[in-house]
Design a protein. Structure first.
Length: 82
C-alpha cells in the first residue's frame, strides 16, 4: 500500500466502517472535524489503524496539521514512502 490512491481507498474504508461516515460525504477536500464529524479520539484511532496496516510507527504529532482527507493521505503517503 504505497500509492496515494491505495491510501485514499483504505482511508475511505476506515471512515465508513469504523466511524460510520456516509460514503458520499468523503472527498479529498472534506474536513475531518467539520464535514465528517470526527474528533481527536477518532483521529488517534485512525492513526492506530494505519500503524497496524503499515507496520510503521506514526507519531501523533505528525497529524497536528492534518485537517482534510487529502492531508491524511499526504501524511500517510510520506511516512510509508520514507
Amino acid at each position: 500500500m504505497h500509492s496515494r490512491e491505495e491510501i485514499y481507498n483504505q482511508l475511505h474504508t476506515y471512515l465508513v466502517d469504523l466511524f460510520e461516515v456516509p460514503a458520499e460525504d468523503i472527498a479529498p477536500d472534506a474536513h475531518l472535524m467539520e464535514d465528517l464529524d470526527l474528533d481527536s479520539i477518532d483521529a488517534v484511532d485512525l492513526i492506530v489503524k494505519f500503524q497496524e496496516l503499515t507496520g510503521k510507527k506514526i507519531p501523533a504529532t505528525e497529524f497536528k496539521s492534518v485537517r482534510t482527507v487529502d492531508d491524511v493521505v499526504e501524511k500517510i503517503h510520506a511516512l510509508v514512502s520514507s
